[in-house]
Design a protein around this ligand. Structure first.
Ligand code: IVH
Length: 671
């Protein structure tokens, strides 16, 4: 190619790559698969390597600089970066509304641009003639730090704007870490025994504060823009905040999709409630809603007080984290004997409910967090998640309370507590001798996804075991109306209803029955896979390890649990008694062995997959006859690359091994 042609090709590739990034990050509607993007990217990389004189700073290949900084330079914000006043309820919101009406001397409806309040860090981006030249933190509002190198690594931030942009554009927005990326980052940190981040906001802050941009580049950051600062070199016809945000998006900048225009206090509240409902399902953390007067002339008229605009307000969600005191730490025994340390708390209102117990998960967590009785702790309750102790408030400890110790004996049955080498979980060795385990296994057996025994809730199971009416699940089917109606708070009618629903529950399905046995690590999905694979309980009970391992989702640990369960005489006895009691199901016709369409192919999986675990992907591949290994070599047929892939992805690139994204993998699995 002649030099001119090469320059043209380079320009064309950059334009294509920018367009596809925009479709992916801003419009959220990719036009090509990731793998095609990667191909274009590699093509550009190769041309630039052969013609380094043609490399420009705004090329998509130039996101990550290689020189760490000695320190951050300062940036001065020509227009101050403001913060927001808060309201916490309808009344305070109505007062805000009334204040605006009074200032504007207007008693009609007011329109607001409403957006989620993102929980990250405010950042200002400066574009000169469409090219990103500077990015700064808010700092004290007037002076911040120059984090240009780091912000350039954020893929949703364009290095160059698209069409008709002004000569100078300063935009403001929030840099944050999406929840999935945060989880993956912490998982990796835990695996490598490194420090974990407390929450996505801290992780985002820590990532932006790196002097080495390579580290920032390895962190899954994103940005949404929500306001403009200085603009020069264009006469704008835009009259509302929402139009201005649309304009930003047309220039290529990323914006939050949830934004809306609402009217009056009622409209604000409706939007607030909608987002509160959606909050847990959003891929990023938000801590409230921001309402901004939509009319830009009114914004100018209203102006500012101290550091916040009069025309905007943050409506905060109730806190998901609160401080309270640990009154005691106890150990609960679960169905499989696992001991869970639980903090008994001074009751505290958090995440919308009063919480008086919070889980400490296991002893490793107790040690890591070093929680002791009497400590002030931060308790978190997000959505429907079980409340947990996040950490001790530093410096809050009075005196020197003892460290929490794992009991040597089960607090319920007195059996020895065992903890296997390398396992975080300690267990009661009492098995079904332990009343706690017995109760939990009966609760599990009766639960909706298992035998679905209507009317047999957790409380009633406790009552029945405590009264000595049942010991094991098979005893349930011997219960009589007479026995039941003798129980406290149980009339004859409810006793009869329970006996009826026990009878009805006997007609079940094989997957439900397998699940209801409560074999360790055999959840609903695994039970279904086992049922479909073996077709009958007898086949499952007599399966050897190799047969078990060929079931999707079953690895060596699960296989060992299944084998051990069916090798214990008392479990076999219970299964037989259940069948004697006429618990029944239809066996499943098992299809002929699946076609081994991937026989002879070797796969490596790296990164986090969105729709299945890496293990599930592995099992699905094994079922098709493929081999799955841990390292990439010339012999590897495919490398499956998820989010945040490790070095295996680049190794595959070097060796020219075919790379598959998740969609590609699913296609292969369909055949
Ligand atoms: S508007 C003049 N919109 O909240 C308007 N801020 O508590 C200034 N924030 O410093 C901010 N999401 O870092 C605005 N959709 C949003 C926001 C938002 C998060 C942050 C921002 C600001 C802080 C104020």
């Amino acid at each position: 190619m002649a030099n001119k042609q090469i320059a043209e090709k380079i320009a064309q590739l950059r334009q294509q790559l920018n367009h596809h990034s925009y479709q992916y990050y801003v419009v959220d509607d990719p036009e090509i698969p990731d793998i095609e993007y990667d191909r274009l990217y590699r093509e550009l990389q190769k041309l630039e390597k052969d013609h380094p004189e043609l490399i420009t700073n705004d090329s998509p290949t130039q996101r990550v600089g290689d020189q760490p900084l000695a320190s951050f330079a300062q940036v001065k914000h020509e227009l101050p970066m403001l913060s927001l006043d808060n309201v916490f309820n309808e009344q305070e919101l109505s007062e805000f509304y009334r204040r605006i009406q009074q200032r504007l001397e207007y008693d009609g409806s007011i329109e607001f641009a409403a957006e989620p309040k993102l929980d990250g860090l405010a950042v200002s981006l400066l574009y000169e003639h469409g090219v990103l030249v500077r990015a700064g933190t808010r700092g004290d509002g007037t002076t911040g730090e120059d984090i240009t190198q780091n912000v350039r690594t954020i893929h949703s931030v364009p290095l160059r704007l698209m069409r008709d942009y002004p000569d100078i554009l300063e935009v403001r927005g929030e840099v944050f870490m999406p929840k999935a990326g945060f989880e993956a980052l912490n998982r990796k940190a835990r695996e490598n025994d490194e420090k974990v981040f407390v929450n996505p906001r801290n992780a985002a802050a820590g990532s932006l504060r790196q002097l080495d941009p390579k580290i920032t580049a390895s962190r899954p950051l994103a940005m949404y823009c929500y306001a403009v600062g200085k603009v020069e070199g264009m006469t704008s016809t835009v009259t509302t905040h929402s139009e201005m945000l649309n304009q930003l998006m047309a220039w290529g900048l990323p914006l939050c999709k949830e934004r809306a225009v609402v009217t009056d206090v009622a409209g604000c509240l409706e939007y607030f409630n909608q987002l509160a409902e959606k909050r847990d399902a959003l891929p990023y953390d938000i801590d409230g809603i921001v309402y901004k007067v939509n009319n830009l002339r009114w914004q100018r008229d209203l102006g500012f007080v101290a550091k916040a605009p009069r025309w905007a307000i943050a409506h905060k969600f109730p806190a998901q984290e609160e401080i309270t005191r640990v009154n005691d730490i106890e150990f609960q025994v679960g169905r499989t004997g696992a001991l869970t340390p639980v903090a008994r708390l001074e009751p505290v209102f958090v995440g919308g409910v009063t919480v008086s117990n919070a889980t400490l998960h296991n002893m490793d967590e107790v040690e890591r967090k070093d929680v002791r009785i009497g400590d002030q702790v931060i308790v978190r309750r997000a959505g429907d998640v079980i409340p947990e102790v996040v950490r001790v408030v530093p410096g809050s400890r009075q005196g020197s309370p003892d460290k929490v110790k794992l009991p040597a004996q089960c607090p319920v049955c007195g059996s020895d507590i065992l903890q296997q080498e390398g396992e975080a979980v300690a267990r009661c060795s009492g098995g079904l001798f332990c009343q706690a385990q017995r109760k939990e296994s009966i609760k599990h057996f009766a639960s909706r996804k298992a035998m679905d025994i209507d009317g047999l809730g957790d409380k009633l199971v406790e009552q029945l075991v405590d009264a000595g009416l049942i010991d094991h699940v098979d005893d349930l089917f011997d219960l009589t109306v007479d026995q039941l109606s003798g129980l406290e708070r149980m009339g004859e009618k409810s006793a009869q209803n329970l006996v009826d629903s026990l009878k009805k529950s006997k007609q079940t399905t094989l997957p439900k029955f397998i699940y209801s046995l409560g074999i360790r690590e055999v959840g609903e999905a695994t039970a279904r896979n086992l049922a479909n694979h073996f077709g009958s309980l007898e086949k499952l009970m007599t399966a050897d390890e190799e047969q078990l391992l060929s079931v999707p989702d079953v690895g060596p640990i699960v296989a060992a649990h299944i084998k051990s369960f069916f090798s214990q005489a008392h479990n076999i006895e219970i299964v037989n008694k259940l069948r004697d009691a006429k618990v029944c199901w239809h066996d499943i016709a098992v299809a002929e062995a699946q076609e081994q369409s991937l026989a002879g192919k070797t796969f490596v999986i790296t990164g986090t997959l969105a729709t299945m675990s890496r293990d599930a992907a592995k099992q699905a591949l094994l079922a098709k006859g493929a081999k799955v290994t841990g390292s990439v070599s010339k012999k590897t047929s495919y490398v499956v690359v998820g989010e945040n892939p490790g070095s295996k992805a680049s190794k595959a690139e070097q060796l020219g091994v075919e790379i598959l994204d998740e969609q590609g993998l699913q296609k292969l699995l369909e055949y």
